[in-house]
Design a protein around this ligand. Structure first.
Ligand code: TXA
Ligand code: MG
Length: 342
């Protein structure tokens, strides 16, 4: 047996090319170069409307293995497959039913990920051992141009080290993965800032597996079942276990409008109002609670920036609001591994 096999793979370093690309009118030459790398089995980070993804050819076993290795991600935590809306469904899924087709037709491209039976061309390891696959079509010109040039589905988790805060800037990808991938397409900041919403249509019901940028109000009229309870790791999405989206700094969350005592020793308070923050605490504004899309767009960058300064701890204030507020609060709670200060 080769004792050091996986160890060596983790140590693999490749020169990472960071390629600037216009977010609205991507240069076809740059896109073609990135598609060629993917076609050759390499890894390319690319922007989506939510966060940057770490892409690999979803139909190639070795490519998909490289993603798990580069991220340090357990192989039972499945990846999301990205498709072009024009050839999406029949490539990714095996016999998608009417409901799945209807949802895809209405909402793709967009931040809604749909779970269905895995199509034969997608390698099984993408699904981490499941017979299903999570698929979405990203609403970003660079991502769509890349899919069009490659003509094949791209497996892409968020382009961060496993468990860490997702990347909303190319620099975040560099910070986490430099030397572990071949190219980063740098189109500046992503617009939505929080990952896609994951839904599994089953027997006419939509099971919500992960809250995200796609707001559930848009699914009014469908029969929805919430499987996202933060403690349930098995009922919902595998890999959505508790400590996730997490900074290095130890973190707790507080309820919206909390004005009680803060832990001794100080740290950084991430919230919406600094009027009750004692002087030995640094205040970092998460924005204005009435503009949740702005809060969501910059949330991960705020966490990463504050983390770099190495404070003793973070206290993050929940929004307590419905819609996108629930997705923001979900991410903050997971970043805090469920620790709630009251
Ligand atoms: O916005 C997004 O969704 C971003 C961008 C890059 O598209 N991607 C993303 O991927 O957030 P990632 O790997 O960080 O999250 C993938 C999660 C898994 O951890 C798991 O919870 C869920 O998707 N998932 C994947 N396949 C699944 C399946 N077959 N059934 C249920 N959940 C699945
Ligand atoms: Mg992720």
């Amino acid at each position: 047996m080769c004792r050091h096999g996986s160890r060596l793979a983790y140590d693999r370093r490749v020169p990472t090319i960071r390629e600037p690309i216009n977010a609205l009118r991507p240069d076809p030459h740059v896109v073609a170069a990135a598609a060629a790398i993917l076609g050759d089995g390499g890894l390319v980070a690319f922007p989506t409307e939510t966060v940057y993804g770490l892409g690999a050819l979803a139909t190639d076993f070795d490519s998909v293995q490289r993603v798990f290795v580069a991220k340090g991600r357990p192989t039972n935590d499945p990846l999301i497959v990205h498709v072009h809306p024009e050839w999406a469904l029949d490539v990714a899924f095996d016999e998608p039913d009417v409901l799945l087709r209807d949802l895809a037709r209405r909402w793709w491209p967009g931040p809604l990920t749909l779970v269905g039976t895995r199509g034969g061309d997608i390698v099984a390891t993408v699904s981490g051992g499941l017979s299903t696959v999570a698929v979405r079509s990203p609403a970003h010109p660079v991502a769509l141009a890349l899919l069009e040039a490659l003509g094949q589905p791209i497996a892409a988790p968020s382009a961060n080290r496993f468990g860490h805060v997702s990347p909303t800037h190319a620099q975040h990808v560099v910070d986490d993965l430099d030397g572990r991938l071949d190219m980063i397409l740098d189109a500046g900041e992503t617009t939505l800032g929080i990952e896609s919403t994951i839904v599994r249509p089953r027997d006419g019901v939509l099971e919500i597996l992960r809250l995200g940028s796609f707001v559930l109000d848009d699914l009014r009229g469908f029969d929805l079942v919430d499987c996202t309870a933060a403690t349930s790791t098995s009922a919902g999405s595998p890999g959505s276990g508790f400590r996730h989206y997490a900074p290095e700094t130890p973190m707790v969350v507080v309820d919206s409008g909390y004005d009680g005592a803060l832990p001794d020793g100080g740290g950084v308070y991430l919230g919406y109002d600094d009027s009750h923050i004692p002087s030995h605490w640094e205040f970092v504004s998460l924005g204005d609670r009435v503009e949740l899309s702005v809060v969501a767009a910059s949330l991960y960058a705020r966490l990463r920036d504050a983390d770099r300064r190495g404070p003793q701890m973070f206290v993050a204030e929940l929004t307590g609001l419905p819609g996108l507020g629930r997705a923001i609060d979900d991410r903050l709670t997971r970043a805090a591994a469920g620790r709630h200060h009251r």
